[in-house]
Design a binder for this molecule. Structure first.
Ligand code: GUN
Ligand code: FE
Length: 448
């Protein structure tokens, strides 16, 4: 009957459950909801309810109906605010800093994405990698080729993943085979926006690579489109590397500073996410805060490319939204667990602290807020899209040692982020549907 089928459409998941209702205060516990024995109810791909198992059982709920993950941890899927899908195969490339790394590794790799078939396969494999790492939403750079962006959104839509992405705009200072023009990028972006923006779970981000690879005319196109289509995002790179900043001064002699280049073309705002932002002036920090523009903190990339240490306390004190990102392939891991751990170390070197609860907040609700997605994602509030992960906190003997019951929840989370990686991700669910299990064959990557 109708009532019966409605009831059976609810799925129940029982485990340790952690999520955040706000930026956590570890001292008081505000913003943190943790259930030692919790139940997450999902109906038609959305969160129905969350509660304590024994309390729910006492109210008549049948715990036998749950999929039970004893000793495992359910939390919202991770969100990655800055990653490049065509750079998967250049991860861990030796020896260079930003500008040489782009020329020697990144640009040749991106050239292959003019082939739509190749791009489609790479997109599927990239999304599988995200799921294997427990990441269910990301803000993703494609390449200059519109077909690579189409391929990416097609794959994301097939897997029903919420992704923010766009075609790279790049009309100078890169190899000829990777250049568009202001006119062609405008046409391509318009077609892609109309095809993909706010279609299903997909969202479009204007993606001028960074100011050195766009002419002023092309940045003006980006600004025009940004103003024209409601709800668009914008992603680019900002102040990552000292040579890059010196180059900006040559290319844009009339700009007050690096951020001002983007500001002059109307590219700042609450849906603008600037990768890195390591070497910013006080004026730039103030302007980011004033416009609600965000910084994507990419610790593994900043260490790997020798770019510098992000002063997160300074940005947060000024009110700049800071999100957490892998920046693969400048970054060295798809895992947000690894990324939180490296963020902790980057802050340690500056006498700053990253509480583990803050780290897990950043990778979930914090990033959802920074990407203006917290109306639909980031925690287990009723009605939200049920993207979640099941974490095996003790995947190795050493990890099991550091998950002993004598430790507090925060201490165990700290050990999980410090020692953990994708091998701790047992299952990944997208809109309530299991899309990855570690026990299943993970497959291999075909595009070596
Ligand atoms: N700056 C411009 N392009 C890139 C890129 O692909 N990766 C990083 N890390 N920085 C950039
Ligand atoms: Fe990047």
């Amino acid at each position: 009957d109708a009532a019966g089928s409605r009831v059976s459409a609810i799925e129940a998941f029982r485990a340790n459950i952690l999520h955040f209702t706000d930026n956590p205060d570890p001292m008081t516990g505000a913003g943190i909801e943790y259930f030692e024995d919790g139940v997450l109810l999902v109906e038609q791909g959305r969160v129905k309810a969350l509660g304590d198992a024994q309390t729910m059982a006492a109210a008549g709920f049948d715990l036998q109906s749950c999929q039970h993950f004893p000793d495992q941890l359910i939390m919202p899927g991770f969100i990655d605010s800055h990653i490049h899908y065509p750079q998967t195969s250049v991860i861990a490339s030796y020896g260079e800093q930003l500008l040489d790394w782009l020329n020697n590794y990144t640009f040749p790799s991106e050239a292959r994405f003019s082939d739509a078939e190749f791009a489609a396969q790479a997109a599927r494999e990239f999304l599988q990698l995200l799921l294997q790492n427990g990441t269910t939403t990301a803000m993703v750079y494609t390449t200059v080729f519109a077909q690579s962006t189409d391929a990416f959104f097609t794959a994301a839509a097939q897997m029903n993943l919420r992704m923010i992405s766009g075609k790279v705009m790049m009309d100078r200072n890169a190899p000829d085979y990777l250049l568009d023009t202001p006119e062609s990028s405008e046409q391509d972006c318009r077609a892609l926006i109309e095809r993909w923006h706010q279609q299903g779970r997909q969202l479009y981000a204007l993606t001028p690579r960074f100011a050195p690879t766009s002419t002023p005319e092309q940045l003006a196109v980006a600004g025009k489109l940004y103003a024209q289509y409601p709800g668009l995002y914008l992603q680019t790179h900002l102040s990552e590397n000292l040579q890059e900043i010196a180059w900006i001064k040559q290319l844009y002699p009339n700009a007050r500073d690096y951020l001002d280049v983007y500001d002059q073309y109307g590219l700042l705002g609450p849906r603008s996410v600037f990768g890195h932002g390591i070497h910013l002036s006080d004026e730039e920090v103030a302007r980011l805060a004033q416009t609600g523009s965000g910084i994507a903190f990419c610790p593994t990339s900043n260490l790997f490319l020798g770019s510098g240490l992000l002063d997160m306390a300074r940005l947060e004190a000024a009110g700049v939204p800071v999100s957490l990102a892998t920046d693969v392939g400048g970054g060295t891991s798809f895992s947000q667990l690894r990324t939180i751990a490296e963020a902790y170390k980057v802050l340690q070197l500056q006498g700053q602290n990253l509480h583990p609860l803050k780290g897990f907040y950043m990778a979930t609700l914090g990033n959802a807020r920074a990407l203006q997605l917290d109306h639909c994602l980031g925690n287990f509030a009723p009605g939200k899209e049920a993207d979640f992960i099941v974490i095996n906190q003790g995947a190795t003997p050493l990890q099991r040692l550091r998950q002993s019951s004598t430790l507090t929840v925060a201490e165990k989370l700290f050990a999980l982020m410090t020692l953990g990686d994708e091998h701790n991700i047992a299952h990944t669910y997208v809109m309530g549907k299991k899309m990855f299990s570690r026990t299943a064959a993970e497959g291999s990557l075909s595009w070596a």
